[in-house]
Design a protein around this ligand. Structure first.
Ligand code: NAG
Ligand code: NAG
Ligand code: NAG
Length: 513
């Protein structure tokens, strides 16, 4: 069930709760999400004396369809703070993008870049939930026809319409509409891209923007997701993972039943189809996306490498221990550390199998299912299928994981819209929003060298984007969206430098207004 995880959604650092938690945690791996930050202090005193509870949910009457006002409005959730606000200050708006926004309220406070931008500029803060995620749904189900209203264009218009019409629920909150009041749009990952795309598509609607790990270029076959991981992981671990993948792919390509049985049985996953077994091997690789400079030792990614590389108290040299040891050690690690958390009591087929199109993973249309909503966006507009690389490139995931595999998942999940496999409309997305070629003033890009999403950002090795005073691009040594939390800056000087540069740019732009 979880295959989606393998590509479309790659790498969600959030664990879902409830009956389908395990399946969802697998299904959502590979989603370009920004980190959750909970509130520290919900009750705050603002400069004007209001005592304000940051955990209060507010609702905005948002247009169901920005192309057809007759469809009416729906309630879009938001949270706000006037803790740092003084008359004349900006409003800092952030959406977490493809997630239930509850749990991101900490972005109103000074542990995050959004809170600090507000604090330094006497601004207000707003966290808004993206349409069709969490409890902000234009229609109360996620079926194929309802999701027609889930497009980048509708999301861009939501942000603009909100900024121009909202009456924020505090004294003076009726006096802060854009564009008379400068609004600053902030986002990370997909929502970082949405920040850039909104500023390109609606010039002047937002005064400035901060785009963190922003995946501005839509790419169908996004094998580059694994490049920063392969480059930055321990050399011995990379060598051994490549040896295992190569063993599996060779056995598959040559129909070598004995070797296929050998490797699958080492994981006790002998019943899985080859491609589903290949998908199961992606789980430890995806745990790279959960790393942050402040996350400390003992993270799952490094536990995995230790399991492969430390034998009888000794670490392998840069070449690793070789394929036989790697298969045995990885299989044992999977069975003792991963099988339980990922699959619980589910059978191998229930946990990783993709063949059964009637399984709930494909058919559940209840709201607040980020995996399904995100899959819709992936299948239609952005791709980012996290695939094995072309031959000649080092492979830490199997080449069986390819666009055809991902597009097959689209046909299983949205059968009335994807009646056959087809590519997402990435060319249209990249021409409408200009991808790596975008140019817009007062937009700050923050990127990270170890971010698995780096190759879809302006700092990709193939991106022509150049830094400038009006559109700075600052790259630190960080991981995914590391610049969004002040913790990362306090443990890594390069991230601190990115944050300092961006904060100074926003201050200067506001001063020159
Ligand atoms: C989707 O849900 C809407 C609203 O509930 C309903 O009118 C429509 O028939 C459903 N479409 C499909 C394909 O199930
Ligand atoms: C080998 O693996 C160990 C354990 O994961 C790691 O600490 C070490 O840095 C690695 N050494 C090399 C040369 O890759
Ligand atoms: C697995 O099955 C056992 C025994 O039936 C049950 O107690 C347990 O709650 C199940 N675990 C999960 C995660 O469903």
């Amino acid at each position: 069930m979880a295959p989606w995880l393998s590509r479309a959604l790659a790498a969600l650092p959030i664990l879902a709760s409830g009956a389908h938690a395990l399946i969802e945690s697998v299904a959502m791996r590979g989603v370009p999400l920004m980190p959750k930050v909970p509130l520290k202090n919900s009750a705050v005193h603002s400069p004007n004396g209001d005592v304000f509870d940051l955990s209060t949910v507010y609702y905005f009457d948002q247009q169901v369809d920005h192309n057809d006002a007759s469809k009416g409005t729906f309630q879009q959730r938001y949270w706000t703070s006037n803790q740092y606000y003084q008359t004349g200050g900006p409003v800092v708006l952030m959406t977490p993008g493809e997630a239930n926004a509850d749990g991101y309220q900490g972005y109103l406070e000074d542990g995050t870049i959004t809170g600090v931008i507000a604090q330094q500029n006497n601004g207000a803060g707003v966290i808004i939930e993206h349409r069709f995620f969490g409890l902000s749904n234009p229609i109360d189900n996620l079926n194929d026809s309802s999701l027609a209203l889930l497009t980048i264009d509708q999301a861009v218009n939501d942000l603009v319409y909100f900024s121009q019409n909202v009456v924020l629920p505090w004294t003076g909150g009726d006096q802060v509409k854009a564009p008379q009041t400068p609004w600053i749009l902030v986002g990370g990952s997909y929502s970082g891209a949405l920040t850039a795309w909104t500023m390109v598509n609606k010039p002047g609607a937002f005064f400035a923007g901060w785009a963190s790990s922003a995946v501005v270029e839509a790419i169908t076959d996004f094998w580059g997701y694994f490049a920063p991981i392969q480059e930055n992981m321990p050399a011995n671990c990379s060598a051994d993972v490549q040896a295992v993948i190569s063993y599996l792919d060779d056995a598959h390509d040559n129909n070598n039943a004995a070797n296929l049985a050998n490797i699958k049985n080492a994981f006790n996953l002998g019943s899985l189809a080859d491609v589903d077994f290949a998908s199961s091997l992606m789980s430890p690789i995806y745990s790279w996306q959960d790393l942050q400079p402040s996350s400390g030792a003992g993270q799952p990614f490094f536990q995995f490498c230790d399991a492969l590389e430390v034998k009888d108290g000794q670490s392998a040299d840069a070449n690793g221990w070789g394929v036989d040891n790697a298969i045995a050690a990885w299989g044992k690690y999977y069975q003792s550390q991963q099988q339980g958390p990922l699959c619980g009591n589910a059978s191998a087929e229930e946990c990783f199998g993709t063949a059964d199109k009637t399984q709930q993973f494909f058919t559940d249309v209840d709201v607040d299912n980020a995996g399904r909503s995100w899959s819709w966006m992936v299948c239609n507009e952005v791709g980012w299928y996290q695939d094995g690389p072309p031959s000649g490139q080092p492979a830490i995931v199997s080449r069986m994981i390819n666009t055809q595999y991902s597009e097959g998942l689209c046909t299983s999940m949205f059968p009335t819209v994807f009646t056959s496999e087809r590519d997402p409309a990435v060319d249209k997305t990249d021409s409408t929003y200009q991808g790596w070629n975008l140019q817009v003033d007062n937009l700050f890009f923050a990127t990270g060298k170890s971010d698995p999403w780096r190759e879809a950002t302006v700092s990709a090795s193939t991106s022509p984007a150049k830094t400038s005073d009006n559109m700075p691009i600052a790259e630190g040594d960080g991981f995914h969206c590391s610049d969004l939390t002040m913790d990362s800056g306090s443990v890594d000087q390069t991230i601190n430098a990115v944050q300092t540069q961006g904060l100074a740019a926003i201050k200067a732009w506001l001063a020159a207004k």
